[in-house]
Design a binder for this molecule. Sequence first.
Ligand code: SAH
Length: 245
Amino acid sequence: MSGKVWLIGAGPGDPELLTLKAVRAMAQADVVLIDDLVNPAVLEHCPSARVISVGKRGGCRSTPQDFIHRLMLRYARQGRRVARLKGGDPCIFGRGGEEADWLTARGIDCELVNGITAGLAAATQCGISVTLRGISRGVTLVTAHTQDDSPLNWRGLAEGGTTLVVYMGVAKLAEIRDGLLDGGMAAGTPVAMIESASLPTQREYRSQLASMLDDAQRFALKSPAILVIGEVAAAAQQAILARTA
Ligand code: SAH
């Protein structure tokens, strides 16, 4: 009997934002590997599966990526059905593609299951339309944190004119602010900082590019958080909050 691995996006946190496909895959799984940004409440969909935490936060040492690969491979070769749960979407800053390639190259049947990525969920939960008609013609998802610490092309982003949605930015606010200001973005550009989007602990704070670091400190912004940078972050202030729907 051959096993299978699903690389599943578990969404931003609210268990109701899981896809039906994710729920169906979880129900079939024998083993579930869960990342730390995944809300453990979603485990109600796999009550009899063996659950293994492979999170990289919470004071624990990282579970090395190689170890996670081998764990999935071992279970799949034993004929088990493995659900690997990742926060948001597996392929947005989530290594879903890498893991799928690695497993497929070893002959493992592997399926990627979309999830709602945190950046887009965070904006919508705050009533922000990242592509608000007449204001923004597009959206760019960026991470402030790179494997090799290489700098982003801030000028290109500043001049691009799209809404910027920044992941992993809490520790890099000064760099983001300076990069965008140096790149020509206006100091008064609206910024929304959204912490723990879609969870009961969600907090949001509206600021501007030049003052976002000071405001974040005053607000004690902590990870996980998303920054939405662009005119849409102010245009949405009157919008009906999606989460009250
Ligand atoms: N694959 C994930 C992203 C993983 S990178 C996705 O598609 O959403 C981890 C970053 O995601 C965090 O540093 C934070 O910027 C963001 N993030 C994840 N969950 C979040 C949440 N509930 N609220 C705000 N940001 C979140």
